[in-house]
Design a protein around this ligand. Structure first.
Ligand SMILES: [Zn+2]
Length: 247
């Protein structure tokens, strides 16, 4: 009985799986821009097939691995832009993953017109990925986790997993970035007629390669956050970098 509590109810698990697969496929495409050739590392990954065996179900590993540089990437597809991960005493996120692994956070939403068909929440093709992918190293998440407030608990039916959230700040309006300043940190967004200033806490990092001229969407674009995302340079495929250096 107690064991059952660790499993997500089937319907919500299937939805989670469909969103995950959509997110993973999107991540493979998005990471090509940095020279990576990510592919599913595991049998069963990339598929929405649900094993009847509850133990195997839990073992589904969604890692992607780059065929060129060997980097591992775990994808977290969210319905809202946020930096969150499940964590529990029996499955701490930073013990399931290695310190050097990457976690990619992206948003996956249901399509308004899912290919002219009726929306099926278990079909990955009925979802679309929107916005940027934010990639953070496991070691960075683990380090900042020490300073997070006591985590919220998911409801009992989903087990007593903690839901860790690394604070982030979303754009308060849609527009373009007009100013970015440090010490004290502030970002000014304009929609052409009015400006909106956002104060940045000390020690927070800009997300998504944010710079003057970047287009941001209200509630959708993460402007900055507490956990440091990888820079464009750090995101480059190691193999590619080595090749360029050798030429
Ligand atoms: Zn690579």
């Amino acid at each position: 009985m107690t064991d059952r509590l660790h499993y997500k109810p089937d319907a919500s698990f299937r939805r989670f799986l469909a969103m995950s697969v959509r997110g993973e496929r999107a991540a493979i495409e998005l990471m090509k821009a940095y020279g990576h050739a990510f592919a599913f590392s595991d049998f069963g990954a990339g598929s929405t097939e649900v094993s009847k065996d509850a133990r195997k179900k839990r073992q589904r590993k969604a890692d992607l691995i780059c065929k060129s540089c060997g980097q591992k990437l775990e994808v977290r597809a969210k319905s809202r832009p946020q930096i969150t991960m499940s964590d529990s005493a029996s499955r701490p996120f930073d013990r399931e993953l290695s310190a050097g692994d990457w976690v990619g956070f992206l948003v996956v939403q249901r399509k308004s017109d899912p290919n002219g068909e009726e929306f099926d929440e278990t079909n990955p093709d009925h979802y679309e990925q929107v916005g940027a992918i934010h990639v953070i190293r496991v070691s960075e998440l683990a380090e900042k986790r020490q300073q997070l407030p006591e985590p919220r608990r998911k409801n009992e039916a989903q087990g007593s997993e903690a839901y860790l959230e690394w604070p982030s700040l979303r754009a308060p309006m849609t527009g373009t970035v007009k100013t970015i300043e440090r010490n004290p940190g502030r970002i000014v967004i304009t929609d052409g007629t009015r400006d909106r200033e956002v104060r940045i806490e000390p020690g927070w990092y800009a997300y998504g390669g944010l710079r003057v001229g970047s287009v941001v969407v209200r509630g959708q674009t993460i402007l900055c956050g507490w956990a440091k995302p990888l820079t464009v340079t750090q995101l480059q495929c190691g193999q590619l970098r080595a090749r360029i250096a050798g030429n």
